[in-house]
Design a protein around this ligand. Structure first.
Ligand code: PRP
Length: 207
């Protein structure tokens, strides 16, 4: 299921990402802020657990997110800045890593590194700012599904309608939270208007 976020703060932050003058430190900071905003929205669908804790008024029950069940998996490189804000918020969560790059000619994703812990019983949260054709995310979902998680959530910042459609078709059982749906893909499969290559912009790699 696709969940589209809509608020002025998100729009404002995304439009700063589109600005070529936004340098890499600020770019990563905005990606981190957007990751937090996506998580606030997405984790509303999680089951809360009642736990007894000691408070200044004595023992009482309160609800908590089961953070030990969370596993964050950024899709490198561009997804990497989204990880820190989330593990700061949920320090008991686990992290895994998938590194993918799109082949420039075929536009298909190639997995070149993976390090993912045991996923059984986990809510796996995939992190990638960009969803263009949806190929990288679809491959990441297939990879994770083979490890039998309890649930898969994807947090993405900008998507092309084509990519969302592809994910909805292939993996309608996951929950995808998207901050901005742009117009379309161009012939090179870049998101229009988009923001360029998020991995390069995050880490000043071009040139
Ligand atoms: C970008 C982006 C996604 C993918 C989206 O990564 O971060 O992972 O492309 O495209 P798709 O939906 O068509 O698969 P890229 O391959 O540029 O690698 P990078 O993160 O190292 O920049």
């Amino acid at each position: 299921m696709i969940h589209k976020l809509s608020n002025a703060v998100i729009t404002n932050l995304i439009n700063h990402l589109r600005d070529s003058e936004t340098e890499s430190l600020r770019f990563r900071q905005i990606v981190q802020q957007l990751a937090r905003l996506l998580a606030y929205e997405a984790f509303g669908i999680l089951h809360l657990e009642e736990k007894k804790i000691n408070t200044w008024l004595g023992e009482s029950s309160f609800s908590f997110i089961q953070e030990e069940e969370l596993m964050f998996i950024p899709i490198l490189r561009a997804g990497l800045p989204m990880l820190d804000p989330l593990i700061e918020m949920f320090p008991k969560a686990q992290s895994g890593f998938l590194a993918m790059a799109r082949d420039e000619t075929t536009h298909k994703a190639v997995l070149y590194y993976d390090k993912v812990p045991e996923c059984q019983g986990k809510t796996v949260v995939l992190l990638d700012p960009m969803l263009a054709t949806g190929g990288s995310l679809a491959d990441a979902i297939e990879f994770v599904k083979k490890h039998d998680p309890k649930k898969i959530i994807s947090l993405n910042i900008i998507a092309a309608p084509e990519g969302l459609e592809a994910i909805e078709k292939a993996h309608s059982d996951i929950d995808l939270f998207i901050a901005q749906i742009d117009e379309r893909l161009n012939e090179q499969k870049f998101i229009i208007p988009g923001l360029g290559d998020a991995g390069d912009r995050s880490y000043n790699t071009t040139g």
